[in-house]
Design a protein around this ligand. Structure first.
Ligand SMILES: [Zn+2]
Length: 118
């Protein structure tokens, strides 16, 4: 988290650009406040919440168990809190020219649909 904050400050951001950072092992760290505009997805920063999953999944490797559980938990809580549906959840690569997050966002939406039934 401290490293990301450092990187993002080097890029000229005021602080870490994500609203949530899910560390390997599943520890959830809070980034900038949701009320503040993120710096996580060009063109969509002002109307989205940025959740970063630490690690490299760009070869399509799945997110490890406890980190995945934390991701589903954080996003489903946000969906409830902000009245969002699974159709409001995107992977970075669906909105920008990037491989991020590597894993297929459809898999996340399916897990959220099971979790939330929104
Ligand atoms: Zn990304």
């Amino acid at each position: 988290m401290e490293k990301i904050d450092e990187w993002h400050k080097e890029r000229g951001f005021s602080e870490v650009g994500y609203h949530y950072v899910i560390q390997a092992g599943g520890l959830v760290r809070l980034g900038r406040k949701v009320a503040q505009i993120g710096a996580h997805c060009k063109g969509h920063n002002s109307d989205s919440i940025g959740v970063c999953v630490v690690g490299s999944f760009e070869d399509g490797t799945p997110v490890p168990g406890s980190q995945w559980v934390a991701l589903v938990s954080v996003v489903s809580d946000l969906m409830r809190q902000y009245g969002l549906s699974v159709r409001d959840v995107y992977g970075h690569k669906e909105l920008g020219n990037t491989l991020c997050p590597g894993f297929d966002p459809v898999v996340l939406r399916e897990a959220l649909a099971d979790e939330c039934e929104v």
